[in-house]
Design a protein around this ligand. Structure first.
Ligand SMILES: [Zn+2]
Length: 246
């Protein structure tokens, strides 16, 4: 294998975001129901991949074996998902879990399409190769699925309420106003000092980092993934957007 690998799925049909979320939710429900427990985070995505979908997990030097930026590869014939060994390094648990969930996304959303292609599947040849930050529609769909699987909206809202007890959505203008006045920002159990004599005034990044820092341990995702998910769920708004909702 080399960098010239071509995906067999060039033109995947559009899947509405709501349908992607439902497919992820169904998988979570099935997994927990079989074990007689209520769904709760963190979602055990490795176990889901192995026990629910029947795929084995292996690790290797994918960048060397396949090409730059490759973090995961799906081998349909051998029912194996291969990950780059760098994902096992300390501090990469969130990235690792997201990549596992991304591959589950391919299996749930695209496995049937793969079967319909006349793509030559030979022993050891990946059916899908996943590169970091790919904008290919098939990859974007798998990323969306991964976010829904690891951070289901109902669980995010529940933890938000439990951990922060802050309003949802949170108004960014109110935070910025507190920053300008050098006043502490308080919302529910969340309190942020917006002024530090050594570092000066805080900015929105401080707000995002504080909130994601509280939620990340419950979902075992990266701070970046959590922030993107919160933004996509509409939990940060401007006053003008709030007015439009009234
Ligand atoms: Zn992929």
């Amino acid at each position: 294998m080399n960098q010239t690998y071509q995906s067999p799925l060039h033109n995947v049909p559009f899947i509405p975001p709501g349908r992607i979320a439902k497919r992820a939710s169904r998988l979570i429900t099935e997994y927990f129901e079989k074990r007689g427990c209520l769904p709760s985070p963190p979602i055990p995505v490795e176990l889901i991949l192995q026990s629910e979908l029947g795929f084995s997990i292996s690790y290797g030097q994918l960048e060397e074996e396949i090409g730059p930026g490759v973090l995961g590869a799906l081998l349909m014939e051998g029912k194996e998902v291969r990950f780059d060994a760098s994902l096992c390094e300390h501090g990469r648990e969130g990235r690792h879990n997201f990549t596992v969930s991304h591959e589950i996304g391919h299996l749930v959303l695209h496995a049937n399409l793969l079967k319909q292609t006349d793509f030559l599947i030979t022993s050891g040849t990946p059916s899908i190769v996943c590169r970091n930050k790919s904008t290919d529609p098939v990859e974007v769909q798998a990323d969306k699925f991964a976010a829904c699987l690891l951070m289901p909206e109902d669980m995010v809202r529940e933890k938000w309420e439990e951990v922060l007890a802050a309003p949802w959505p949170l108004c960014l203008d109110e935070y910025e106003s507190a920053c300008r006045k050098r006043m502490p920002f308080a919302a529910g159990r969340l309190t942020i000092e917006t002024w530090n004599p050594f570092f000066g005034a805080s900015d929105l990044d401080t707000l995002y980092k504080t909130i994601t820092g509280h939620l990340v341990p419950h979902f075992r995702v990266s701070k970046q993934a959590m922030r993107i998910r919160l933004e996509n769920l509409g939990c940060f708004v401007r006053q003008s957007e709030q007015m439009a909702l009234i």
